[in-house]
Design a protein around this ligand. Structure first.
Ligand code: ATP
Length: 441
């Protein structure tokens, strides 16, 4: 029998997960053949599938399964006017200190008075450092052509508020959702993909009548907390942390973070904020365009408040990996297993011919062809069947389908489940339906 997922996690869990990510093709250090590039990472064959599933799971619950949220995919490059109005040009800064001894640079709020590198307390006064990546749009590098890579996806929703309102005929309460890359010139990228300079966000801006904002804030706290739990993060590794008044951003009336118990302690997965009408009013003032809602039935005109659940896709993927990682024993043999929710697993099914025998491979390919339209499948003919089961367990594949010599006689295959390792015989004719049912599709 297997243990409870997540029980008895090893002290060096982080190292084991990072090793697994490299070894099995989830996450590679970027530009590795050139010695790597400043805490950037590439998502490999399995990582790109897992990351895509995390984003799809978010999109499904935030957009597809609701009738009050629409999607958006805004530009990454944009005019400084957006960042001037949003406050990012002046406020989006980290306080930096330099160590006068070893010349390393640190975020003042992340160290406790001494340099983590050499221990010296001879540090400069903190200076503000803007986190936005600056570039130039066009061939001439001058002030007039300055552009920024977006440090969050949110502003795309605010500047398109009227476009979306007019084209969708939505009315508050309604939301605009976006998933995409954001960029921050972090001083201290760290903890693998937890904090990187290039990352992916999943953000919703939910526009509501101002008096209803506190109620919707509570609603989104519940929704978002449940989402992580429903996708397999154990409740004892999840918590909501409300920000104190002195911690709130300049635009926020209330903020709470969904936190995960990372190997180094509790840390943020997602921030949920009541941003009031700050953003729409700021862009309205700066652009001269009215960003408001006119209710034709009541004749009322107002600037909606915004509740923003803002999550990180890459950071969340890492939390799912950490929560799913387990080592247990099956039949007296040790194995590494990822107890990922099947909706998140890179592959849902692995089709495994018992041997490379000429008769088995064609039937196995036929089985593969039946399953590929339903879910992501791996096909593996190398090594012993036991080794192949372990390889699939290690990357979180919930079902292995084995085609053996008996299959040629009885037209059935063996379906093995990852967590229990239970095996049942299923006729090939009904296999697709069985897999669909087990995956809830
Ligand atoms: P932090 O305090 O960790 O820097 P933040 O509070 O500035 O994060 P937000 O601006 O609220 O983060 O961004 C929303 C989400 O985007 C975060 O909860 C996180 O999941 C993700 N995120 C932000 N910065 C990064 C980063 N540098 N690398 C990876 N994910 C990030």
């Amino acid at each position: 029998m297997t243990e409870e997922p997540g029980a008895d996690q090893p002290d060096d869990l982080m190292e084991r997960v990072v090793n697994l990510c490299k070894r099995r093709g989830f996450i590679f250090p970027s530009a590795e053949i050139y010695g790597g590039f400043r805490s950037t990472y590439d998502y490999g064959p399995l990582g790109s599938l897992l990351l895509r599933n995390v984003k799809d799971a978010w999109w499904r619950s935030m957009v597809q399964e609701r009738d009050d949220v629409v999607g958006l995919d805004a530009a990454i490059l944009s005019t400084p006017r957006i960042w001037e109005a949003s406050g990012h040009l002046t406020n989006f800064t980290d306080p930096l200190v330099d160590c006068r001894n070893c010349h390393e640079r640190w975020r003042a709020d992340k160290i406790e008075g001494s340099c983590p590198n050499c221990g010296s307390t001879d540090l400069t006064e903190p200076r503000a450092f803007n986190l936005m990546f600056k570039t130039f749009a066009g061939p001439v590098e001058e002030d007039a052509t300055v552009a920024y890579l977006r440090p969050e996806t949110a502003q795309g929703m605010f500047v398109n508020f009227v476009n979306v309102l007019q084209t969708t005929r939505k009315k508050p309460p309604f939301g605009i959702a976006q998933v995409g890359k954001s960029f921050r010139n972090e001083i201290t990228p760290q903890n693998f993909v937890f904090r990187t300079r290039e990352f992916e966000q999943m953000e919703l801006e939910y526009f509501v009548p101002p008096p209803d904002a506190p109620r919707w804030f509570e609603y989104w706290l519940d929704e978002r907390f449940s989402w992580y739990r429903d996708f397999g993060i154990p409740e004892d590794k999840l918590r909501l942390r409300h920000h104190d008044a002195d911690e709130l951003s300049h635009y926020s009336a209330a903020t709470a973070d969904v936190e995960f118990l990372f190997p180094w302690g509790w840390d943020e997965l997602e921030g949920i904020a009541n941003r009031t009408d700050f953003d729409l009013k700021a862009h309205s003032a700066a652009s001269g365009e009215k960003l408001e809602y006119f209710d034709q039935t009541s004749g009322e005109r107002y600037v909606p408040y915004v509740i923003e659940p803002a999550a990180g896709a890459t950071r969340t993927m890492m939390a799912f990996l950490l929560a799913a990682y387990d080592e247990d024993e099956v039949g007296g043999e040790k194995r590494t297993v990822l107890h990922l929710d099947p909706r998140l697993s890179p592959y849902q099914v692995a089709v495994l011919p018992l041997s490379k025998n000429d008769a088995l491979v064609p039937l196995s390919r036929q089985v593969l062809g039946q399953l590929q339209p339903i879910c992501m499948c791996d096909f593996d003919v190398t090594q012993s069947i036991g080794r192949r089961y372990r390889r699939q367990d290690e990357v979180g594949t919930p079902f292995c389908v084995t085609v053996d010599f008996e299959s040629l006689e009885d037209g059935a295959v063996t379906v093995r489940e990852r967590d229990t390792t239970e095996q049942v015989r299923v006729p090939i004719d009904t296999l697709a339906g069985e897999i669909r049912e087990r995956l809830g599709r």
